[in-house]
Design a protein around this ligand. Structure first.
Ligand code: GLA
Ligand code: ZN
Length: 662
């Protein structure tokens, strides 16, 4: 385990640094991230590099046994750069130049910006690349926005298209440009998606721009990773993701990194901590490996307004929640709130006064003391899951390129299944196109519009090998050019599911459609957003619509198609939480998956496993400000207290248990 804090020595008088380092050591911190916005401090004017202050900061911290993670400062280009080269500034969707004065105002495709990136990253890597006090690097900071539409992007997009299609007629064909007379005769005629004020209308062009911009972002990150890997020794490279930033494929970027990390700010979405858990699982999933939380919330946040301060014990609970999901590093954001700047009231471990009396400091210090005891117990454990959710940035883009699918929202549909699995107390793994599906018994694939031969084979083999696969409405309706299939829906997956979709309808207000028959004949569920009318063909109808015209025509809403030990389930509708809860409980039973433990609502239960020995650590996390209880099967040891627990066990508000199972 690594345990530490994000620190900005450049914001504080130097004579304070040694006190900070001492307090960090006392809190049992061992790691500090530095410098990710410090470009103007390192290079005050072009070419004048000054590392002396950073040397002294690193020295001060290292004297207290703190390891350093260095951020490359490219998320915050200094004024001398943007004044000399305004062409590096991004252009937003409304065609306005993104002005300096904040951060993230540059374009990842700017050739000039890449030259400056190369210079600053190389300077830092040459200076610290063999410094043993530096253990790793973070590229930039939270990549993924703004999506840019500048002249450099336009030129590069045209080159990208040329590379992809080679021949303009091939592009015309694959984009369907005969529609509304869009046939191009020159690459230069191809517009950017925001050139048309009506935001359209060619879905293939839209999707290609999203792919292009994703690859540009992934490429910009790789550009930095390559420099760092060339110039450093025994130091890893990571990036701090925001897993739900939709503008680049995180699975792809992760291939270039040694470590995935993310920034965990639960109070932004306090009412739905399940979504926060999904962020952990997605960050685990992108490399299928333990990750770090590079910014762990420990105080109030500056968002549109200040978010509420964490309640006593809540920061500790979030820390263990992160660890439960596979975090091997916890770095709190930030050490001390800054007295100036945009985030002057963004809280930290300390308060503005820098005093050790800060309750936040006292709380993380007690976590530091606990982790000093139990960290070794957690080291080497990983997250194994029997259930997977297929998550694809590209499929989400496909949905997004065509506004007529509303009211379906890709993320919401994923969340509906995730939340039901969360409540069922099972580990969940996010997988994508290139992930290994071995080890999963149940794979839920919500809303998969585009299917090609590769995905068809992948899912067919999964079922053939005994897996239970779940697909939903809007699956198999398109190819990867974003064209609608000419086969009966669900297109390439019709045989696997054994069904035909004869009709479909968005469900807005009317007609009301209900479904019944799932497990319990008495229960009825209301369809929300979407209804696929399933002709079950060779599949078995598990539930049928019983109201509205889909009911009158006798269509099925949920089906199962058995393939020896495997099965392919199709869910034709979206609904309210009760539908997902009952579906998931049925599917878990079908796949023979048991909950890790059972307990009250608002408790989160997760498990980490040591692969060699099979040792299991069960984490129980109370997200609520009231007592909750959990049922334990037999005697278990709580490694935080070394006390034995059994039967019905109570957790205090925001309490945590870590139970050793084997
Ligand atoms: C992000 C950034 C940080 C900081 C925090 C504030 O995650 O990476 O620099 O702005 O938000 O919550
Ligand atoms: Zn651009």
């Amino acid at each position: 385990m690594n345990f530490g804090v994000d620190y900005y020595p450049e914001h504080w008088p130097e004579d304070r640094w040694s006190k900070d380092a001492k307090l960090m050591e006392e809190a049992k911190f061992d790691t500090v991230r530095l410098a990710e916005f410090a470009w103007s401090k390192i290079e005050g004017t072009e070419g004048e590099i000054d590392f002396t202050w950073l040397d002294r900061a690193i020295e001060t911290l290292a004297n207290r046994n703190l390891d350093i993670v260095l951020g490359t400062p490219t998320a915050a280009p200094p004024p001398w750069l943007t004044e000399k080269h305004p062409e590096v500034l991004a252009v937003n969707e409304d065609k306005e130049v993104v002005k300096p004065g904040h951060r993230r105002h540059y374009c990842v495709n700017s050739k000039v910006y890449r030259d400056y990136t190369k210079a600053i990253v190389s300077e830092m890597a040459e200076k610290y690349g063999e410094d043993e006090r530096v253990i790793g690097w973070q590229t930039d900071n939270e990549l993924g926005h703004p999506v840019c539409y500048c002249d450099d992007c336009r030129t590069k997009f045209h080159a990208w298209l040329r590379d992809k299609y080679e021949d303009i007629d091939e592009l015309n064909n694959r984009w369907g440009t005969t529609f509304w007379s869009h046939e191009y005769t020159e690459w230069s005629q191809i517009p950017l998606p925001n050139d048309n004020p009506r935001k359209g209308p060619n879905p293939s062009l839209h999707l290609d721009y999203k792919r292009f911009f994703s690859q540009s972002t992934v490429g910009y990150n790789k550009f930095q990773v390559d420099i760092l890997q060339d110039e450093t020794e025994n130091q890893w490279v990571c990036h701090n993701f925001m897993p739900h930033f939709p503008n680049f494929d995180h699975f792809e970027m992760a291939q270039d990194l040694d470590l995935a990390t993310w920034d965990h700010y639960p109070t932004e979405i306090r009412e739905s901590y399940k979504e926060v858990s999904a962020g952990h699982d997605l960050t685990y999933g992108v490399k299928d490996k333990p990750f770090w939380v590079m910014e762990e919330q420990c105080s109030y946040l500056t968002r549109d307004d200040l978010t509420p301060a964490p309640r006593p014990g809540e920061t500790r609970m979030w820390t263990y929640q992160s660890i439960a999901h596979g975090a091997d590093g916890i770095i709190y954001f930030r050490w001390r709130p800054c007295r100036f700047g945009d985030e002057q009231f963004h809280g930290g471990v300390l308060q503005h006064d820098g005093s050790r009396e800060s309750p936040g400091y006292q709380e993380v210090k007690s976590v530091g003391n606990e982790l000093a005891e139990v960290g070794t117990e957690i080291d080497g454990t990983v997250v194994e899951a029997d259930v997977g959710i297929y998550y694809s940035f590209e499929q989400n883009w496909s949905m997004d390129t065509y506004r007529f699918h509303s009211p379906i929202d890709y993320e919401d549909e994923i969340a509906s299944y995730y939340n039901a699995l969360f409540a069922a107390n099972v580990n969940v793994k996010f997988v994508s196109r290139n992930s290994d599906l071995n080890g999963l018994d149940l794979l839920i694939v919500p809303v998969l519009p585009m299917v090609d031969e590769f995905l068809q084979d992948k899912f067919e083999s999964f079922v053939k090998e005994g897996g239970k696969l779940v697909g939903t409405f809007r699956t198999g309706i398109k190819d990867f050019d974003n064209h609608v299939t000419d086969k009966t829906f669900p297109g390439r997956l019709s045989e696997l599911f054994g069904i035909s979709i004869r009709e479909f309808t968005p469900v807005k207000d009317k007609p009301e459609v209900t479904l019944s028959g799932l497990q319990d004949e008495g229960k009825s569920y209301t369809a929300k957003d979407w209804v696929d009318c399933i002709d079950p063909g060779e599949a078995e109808p598990l539930a049928k619509y019983d109201q509205g015209w889909p009911g009158d025509r006798g269509y099925a809403g949920v089906t199962r198609n058995n393939h020896d030990d495997g099965a392919a389930y199709y869910v034709g509708l979206s609904g309210e939480a009760d539908l997902y809860r009952d579906l998931v409980s049925y599917l878990l039973k079908e796949a023979g998956i048991e909950p890790i433990l059972t307990g009250d609502e608002n408790l989160e239960v997760r498990k980490r496993t040591e692969p060699e020995t099979g040792k299991e650590l069960v984490f129980v996390v109370n997200h609520s400000s009231s007592q909750k209880s959990v049922q334990l099967p037999g005697k278990l040891t709580d490694v935080l207290t070394e006390k034995e627990k059994s039967g019905t066990t109570t957790l205090e508000p925001f309490g945590v248990l870590i139970l050793r199972q084997k």
